[in-house]
Design a protein around this ligand. Structure first.
Ligand SMILES: [Zn+2]
Ligand SMILES: [Zn+2]
Length: 158
């Protein structure tokens, strides 16, 4: 049977508020985990509301506060999905499909690919600093900005 996960968003918010009293849940324009205030922002109209909400809780449980290299972010996103799917979804009687996870991870892979591709020769570059890449093939260097909007991505570890 399709569409078996029909928990109302309201019910789910109540449920996670009860389960995670140390977290603050607040409506916003996009999903985000804000570690400095233990706050999870959610976008109420998101078609993958359940999955994304539990994903952000996953970041909080794992204590994610920031990342140094782009590749680390990919791992953190993967880990947050893992715990959301295996532990949080059963707890909340929700379902997270591999499509939810792969669709989201694809956006990170695309993001990483576009950042790491050498603008001069299209080889795959290596990240030198948080905002700079270098090409080992043609020695070009280029800077990248923080284009992703998830709050997690805004934090810098020095
Ligand atoms: Zn995430
Ligand atoms: Zn190059």
């Amino acid at each position: 049977m399709a569409a078996t996960t029909t928990l109302s968003t309201h019910k789910l918010i109540n449920l996670v508020t009860t389960h995670y009293p140390n977290l603050t849940f607040t409506a916003g324009d996009y999903f985000a985990w804000q570690p400095e205030t233990n706050t999870i922002t959610y976008q109420i109209d998101d078609p993958s509301f359940e999955a994304r909400l539990l994903h952000e809780i996953g970041h909080s449980i794992l204590g994610h506060t920031g990342y140094d290299r782009d590749i680390s972010l990919i791992g953190m996103e993967r880990d947050a999905w893992q715990i959301a799917q295996s532990e949080l979804a059963p707890l909340c009687n929700a379902t997270i499909t591999s499509d939810h996870i792969e669709d989201d991870m694809d956006t990170y892979r695309d993001w990483l690919h576009s950042r790491s591709t050498c603008p001069t020769c299209s080889a795959n570059g290596i990240q030198k600093t948080r905002t700079a890449y270098a090409c080992i093939s043609c020695n070009a260097t280029w800077r990248v900005n923080e284009a992703r909007r998830c709050a997690l991505r805004r934090y810098q570890t020095t």
